[in-house]
Ligand binder design. Structure first.
Ligand code: ZDR
Length: 400
């Protein structure tokens, strides 16, 4: 099974997978774009704005974070994602306030810290303001960051750009509520001025210490929040003379506190990250095996099974290997298959893989899991729970 935990930071939601024990090869392989797209699909998959892997570090940090956008692309960094990663690590390892993690990302070393109130503070490092480092072809403007006027669908916008490891374009507007995000967001995301595409932020200045913004994320579309984007927006607004160095930044999913520290030049972000639920999906091997057993070994394998093939390292619970059984087989001939108490004698592996009496039942369960939506499974579980409660209340035999 591929095990994951879902976390969200201001409604920017991610599936987190603990691959800290992964091999070098699995760490490098990451996740197939098709698998990420399926996992992130809100109707046919689990649903999320991205998938995050916690991996062994290769650059001297405690661990390495790789993030994949919902479209399968791999960005350099993710502010909300790294807060979710910190909360995930703390929950898994039992860490408390004050714990800091040295996390290596494609944007360099990032250091999240668990605060006393359960929120996460992240030292996001310094912003990138040289055009080539964003990257953008916009020239360095008088405000000290890339600036320009861009024509979009017949309208002209004054924009500024900043990098937080990943690219951002910031567009101050007068009336954010009325702004047509769906029309202009995608046009800016792929504008030729941003050769690696860009995250897009429209911001209204309520006060020098209070901004409100809406987000069109590269590779994910409109999201409820964007940590790197809130940092880039505060930096751009400060450079443009619109904001102080410290401001509350309101996103559709809630507020972040952003501080561009004048002493260190680093941007500090404070915000929440919450656990939503844990889950598991069958590995490719389990799906294939179940379907083989259910439909007959000669049938063709369905395409989707191979797409859920993350490799064994990423949160995969070990599945009993069939040759294990041979090693554990007793010297005496095994009792007749029908008489084996699998739950008792096979705890360390099946002792009769050639004629396992519970194989059919396990195949049925695996096929049910593989062929049922989450809603179906929840309905089955609810019905079973209801039946048991009814039978407890009304006594055996009376439950429907
Ligand atoms: C915006 C983001 N979710 C965050 O919180 O910083 C980052 C996700 C990556 C983004 N979509 C990109 O740079 O492609």
């Amino acid at each position: 099974m591929l095990q994951f935990s879902k976390y969200q930071g201001l409604g920017n939601d991610f599936l987190l997978i603990d691959g800290r024990q992964a091999s070098h090869d699995d760490s490098e392989a990451g996740l197939a774009p098709e698998l990420v797209r399926q996992l992130c699909d809100r109707r046919f998959g689990v649903g999320g704005d991205g998938v995050i892997l916690a991996l062994p570090s290769q650059a001297g940090g405690e661990l390495r974070m790789r993030i994949f956008n919902a479209d399968g692309s791999e960005p350099e960094m993710c502010g909300n994602g790294i807060r979710c990663l910190a909360r995930f690590l703390a929950d898994r390892d039992g860490d408390g306030p004050g714990r800091r993690w040295q996390v290596d990302t494609l944007a360099g070393r990032i250091v999240p810290e668990l605060l006393g109130d359960g929120s996460i503070r992240v030292d996001m490092g310094p912003p990138f303001l040289e055009p080539a480092t964003v990257p953008t072809t916009l020239p360095l403007g008088p405000a000290g960051l890339p600036q320009g006027e861009l024509a979009l669908d017949g309208e002209v916008f004054a924009v500024a750009a900043a990098g937080m490891g990943n690219p951002h374009v910031v567009v101050p507007v007068e009336d954010l509520a009325d702004f047509d995000l769906e029309r202009f967001g995608p046009l800016l995301e792929v504008h030729p001025s941003f050769p690696a595409k860009t995250n897009v932020h429209f911001v209204q200045v309520l006060a020098p210490d209070h901004l409100v913004m809406r987000v069109w994320e590269r590779g994910a579309g409109p999201t409820l929040a964007c940590g790197t984007g809130a940092c880039a927006t505060l930096v751009a607004c400060h450079c443009l003379g619109l904001a102080e160095r410290r401001a509350r930044v309101d996103l559709p999913g809630g507020p972040l506190q952003i501080h561009w520290d004048a002493t260190t030049g680093h941007v500090i972000m404070d915000g929440p990250a919450e656990h939503v639920f844990d889950g598991a999906i069958p590995s490719a091997e389990a799906v294939q095996e179940a379907r083989r057993q259910a439909a007959g070994a000669s049938q063709e394998q369905p395409a989707m099974a191979s797409e859920f093939a993350p490799g064994p390292a990423f949160g995969a619970a070990p599945e009993p290997a069939s040759d294990q059984a041979g090693a554990q087989a007793p010297a005496e001939p095994a009792p007749a298959a029908e008489t084996i108490q699998c739950a008792v004698v096979c705890v360390n592996g099946c002792i009769r893989p050639d004629a396992c009496p519970s194989a059919e039942a396990r195949a049925k369960v695996a096929a049910l899991l593989a062929g049922s939506s989450l809603d179906d499974l929840v309905a089955i579980a609810s019905h079973s729970l209801e039946s048991r409660i009814r039978s407890r209340i009304s006594g055996p035999g009376e439950a429907s």
